[in-house]
Design a protein around this ligand. Structure first.
Ligand SMILES: NC(=O)C1=CN([C@@H]2O[C@H](COP(=O)(O)OP(=O)(O)OC[C@H]3O[C@@H](n4cnc5c(N)ncnc54)[C@H](OP(=O)(O)O)[C@@H]3O)[C@@H](O)[C@H]2O)C=CC1
Ligand SMILES: O=C(CO)COP(=O)(O)O
Length: 314
């Protein structure tokens, strides 16, 4: 089975570099002026291998297995334009977010746009730079069809990229999307100088929120403590490599943040606020992050927002 990747950002390029160690891979980007330089500015310091073909022509993407490594908020527009081209293939979502327009995750969006496709999700604790440098990384491959999950697991594992499989697509996908919100909150707590104890509370209570919403949306509770949920939550809340965490740091310390940086947690927090309201679920940390990101709540009110709630059982 051949492999192609849509989206030549940091993650798409890192996956392409890793998979090219096993065979030919095609990487599609809308703007690939950098291709001749042998390095993608979104993934600096990583040499692009010769087994990697880079193109900006979608008609050259003929692979049976296509990884969609676009941010969640642009995936819908891409699918609306190119659904016919990709229907019927193995389509693997690599995005970690919930679409604001439809309040659904990438797997549902792909399945709706391409009903004949085999839809899967690749997620888990993994910074693009780590994958591209061949550092050991473990991810989750989720697909509702157990046989397809096994085939994709084999196809997409490399010597340094170890994939575990599950059939819980919604659980795996929500873990990756929701942890980005909590990472913003953890960054804000550190940026505001609230300390490591506060961060631990944000991680733990944030995980409780993740579990509450994910199970209400049909996830299996045992998926959330795995790589795609707790694993990625821990990574993203504790490392300045994370853009979501750094965005939170900037919010908490009233510092500017580079516009145009992909921060999935900001829009996803707004989507989660709407979903939680619809389902009648309490998501105080997610609501706070949505308010901070939209400028509705100032950092000076963040603590009151969380601490002035009624005392309750854990
Ligand atoms: N970076 C990481 O460590 C990891 C990222 N992810 C997830 O992967 C997804 C992608 O993130 P990442 O690669 O890091 O993001 P980047 O910001 O590095 O890249 C985003 C890519 O999307 C492209 N893009 C944006 N809008 C469009 C569009 N309308 N049509 C076509 N292409 C478009 C950009 O193209 P252009 O350059 O032309 O703007 C760019 O190549 C996110 O959901 C993220 O959460 C998951 C795990 C790790
Ligand atoms: O998802 C990631 C690590 O698993 C990357 O996190 P950021 O998008 O916050 O950089």
């Amino acid at each position: 089975m051949s492999v192609a990747i849509i989206g030549a950002g940091a993650f798409g390029t890192a996956l392409a570099v890793s998979l090219a160690s096993k065979g030919p891979v095609t990487l599609w980007g809308r703007d690939i002026e950098w291709a001749g330089l042998g390095e993608n500015p979104r993934l600096p310091g990583v040499a692009l291998p010769s087994a990697l073909r880079i193109t900006d022509r979608l008609e050259e993407i003929e692979a049976e297995t296509v990884l969609l490594a676009l941010p969640a908020q642009v995936l819908g527009g891409f699918l609306a334009e190119h659904d016919k081209r990709f229907d019927g293939r193995n389509l693997v979502s690599c995005a970690k977010g919930i679409d604001l327009a439809t309040l659904t995750g990438p797997a549902t969006m792909i399945g709706t746009a391409c009903p004949q496709a085999t839809v899967a999700v690749l997620t888990g604790p993994s910074f693009a730079a780590d994958i591209a440098r061949g550092l050991p990384t473990a991810l989750t491959l989720a697909c509702a069809d157990a046989g397809a999950a096994e085939a994709l697991q084999r196809q997409l594992s490399t010597a340094t990229l170890r994939l575990y499989r599950t059939t819980d697509v919604i659980g795996a996908e929500l873990g990756g999307a929701l942890k980005n919100i909590i990472a913003i909150a953890a960054g804000a707590a550190i940026g505001a100088g609230y300390g490591d104890s506060a961060r631990a509370s944000v991680i733990t209570r944030g995980f409780a929120e993740m579990l509450r919403l994910a199970t209400a949306l049909g996830a299996r509770p045992e998926t959330l403590p795995g790589l795609s949920g707790l694993g990625d939550l821990v990574l993203t809340c504790t490392s300045e490599q994370s853009r979501n965490f750094r965005y939170g740091l900037a919010l908490g310390s009233h510092q500017p943040f580079a516009a145009g940086t992909t921060v999935e947690g900001a829009a996803t927090a707004r989507a989660v606020t709407a979903l939680a309201e619809r389902l009648g679920i309490e998501m105080p940390i997610s609501n706070l992050v949505a308010g901070l990101a939209q400028g509705r709540i100032g950092m000076e009110h963040a603590l009151d927002f969380l601490l002035n709630r009624p005392l309750k059982e854990e």
